[in-house]
Design a protein around this ligand. Structure first.
Ligand SMILES: O=C[C@H](O)[C@H](O)[C@H](O)COP(=O)(O)O
Length: 273
């Protein structure tokens, strides 16, 4: 009897041990770039604190902070026991490069948890996303997840959307509708409207993973993100916006001093820790 009890305790210890990351954060060599260190801090802590005990399907977001999420998940020794769902081309490569199992959202439409970055996060855990041209697939994966956790460096921590991220809200549009949408955005009072360009890598507008254009529209401080999102979504030609509301459960911020703070939903309120 005692032996059986000991055996089951040992088994549960082993089970919880296998989900532990292999390298404790304190043993890692600090990164030379402080912003990268902040990103890694937030990502590693978010994974360490939120990764499910018995993971089945995990969403991996896009951007430069999520690189560290995939890296941390790739350090787990049970990393071949669950499926990872990407939010775009970069994210797919992160999954493969870290030796994780790749699946599609069509095969696995229900996810345990998704980790993703953000361009700005307000005090109610609303976020602006899409600075790296990914937003539609990110939203699909986030909204299909039981839990959605954001990871970011301290520059993204804000009180209100539009206060720090002044490049504009990324809006994905059907290419032939971009002029129509630009005119509508003027009508809605956007302060700046930019059709995002491919830069030195491409002459002409950037093309998203879904073959659409992206418009960045700055509306100043957004007092009601949900309302603005719905108004934009109701406009012909707009596929999706980079305003993520009512979804994130927790956001981790890597701070300048090497600490990690977070905002988390507890009941009806957001706690700042
Ligand atoms: O389009 C990109 C995504 O929404 C990113 O998650 C967001 O731009 C944040 O990216 P980063 O972690 O590079 O700041």
């Amino acid at each position: 009897m005692l032996l059986r009890l000991f055996g089951s305790k040992l088994l549960s210890f082993q089970r919880s041990f296998t989900k532990m990351p292999l390298i404790p954060y304190s043993q890692l060599t600090p990164l030379s770039d402080p912003t990268e260190e902040s990103k890694r801090l937030s990502a590693y802590k978010a994974v360490d604190e939120n990764f499910p005990d018995t993971p089945k399907v995990i969403g991996i977001g896009s951007g430069s902070t999520v690189i560290y999420v995939a890296e941390r998940i790739g350090q787990l020794d049970n990393k071949r026991d669950f499926i990872c769902i990407p939010t775009g081309f970069q994210s797919k490569n992160l999954i493969l490069d870290n030796g994780l199992l790749l699946g599609s959202i069509e095969q696995y439409p229900e996810l345990d948890i998704t980790f993703d970055g953000a361009d700005e996060i307000d005090s109610n855990l609303n976020a602006i996303k899409g600075g790296g041209a990914c937003l539609f697939q990110e939203k699909l994966v986030a909204y299909s997840s039981k839990k959605f956790v954001l990871v970011a460096d301290h520059r993204k921590k804000s009180s209100d959307l539009g206060k720090k991220w002044i490049k504009g809200i990324p809006i994905e549009v059907v290419p032939s509708a971009y002029v129509y949408v630009e005119n509508k955005l003027k009508e809605y009072g956007a302060e700046t409207i930019t059709l995002r360009q491919g830069g030195s890598a491409k002459a002409g507008p950037i093309i998203t993973d879904n073959n659409n254009f992206l418009i960045d529209a700055h509306f100043g401080i957004v007092s009601n993100p949900r309302e603005l999102h719905l108004k934009l979504k109701n406009t012909l030609g707009i596929v999706e916006t980079g305003i993520f509301t009512d979804h994130a459960k927790r956001a981790y911020f890597g701070e300048k001093d090497g600490s990690v703070t977070f905002r988390t939903i507890e009941g009806d309120s957001v706690l700042e820790i």
